[in-house]
Design a protein around this ligand. Structure first.
Ligand SMILES: [Zn+2]
Length: 94
């Protein structure tokens, strides 16, 4: 989340990956993208500075870099799990 309403979502790989049949594994990444988009929504709702203050204080309070149980991360993980549950076993939305 950046000032002036900008957001950048970083996904782990910089390389285009395909599965065993040459298809893009986009579906399997949808839950992670949903998690990150939840943070974008938080940043839009709270504002840039407040978002980062909440993120940093959550990590300090939980003494964890992931702070999964924090009020900032828990709803993002919930959105991620909901998106995951909406995919079938091949990663395609049901
Ligand atoms: Zn997160």
């Amino acid at each position: 989340m950046w000032p002036f309403g900008r957001a950048t979502v970083f996904i782990r790989s910089r390389f285009l990956e395909t599965d065993s049949v040459g298809e893009l594994p986009v579906g399997r990444r949808l839950p992670l993208i949903r998690h990150e988009l939840f943070h974008v929504q938080q940043g839009q709702e709270w504002g840039f500075l407040s978002y980062w203050v909440k993120q940093l204080s959550a990590r300090l309070r939980h003494l964890s870099i992931s702070a999964r149980e924090s009020s900032v991360e828990a709803p993002a993980y919930e959105a991620q799990h909901t998106a995951h549950a909406a995919l079938d076993e091949t990663g395609i939305p049901r």
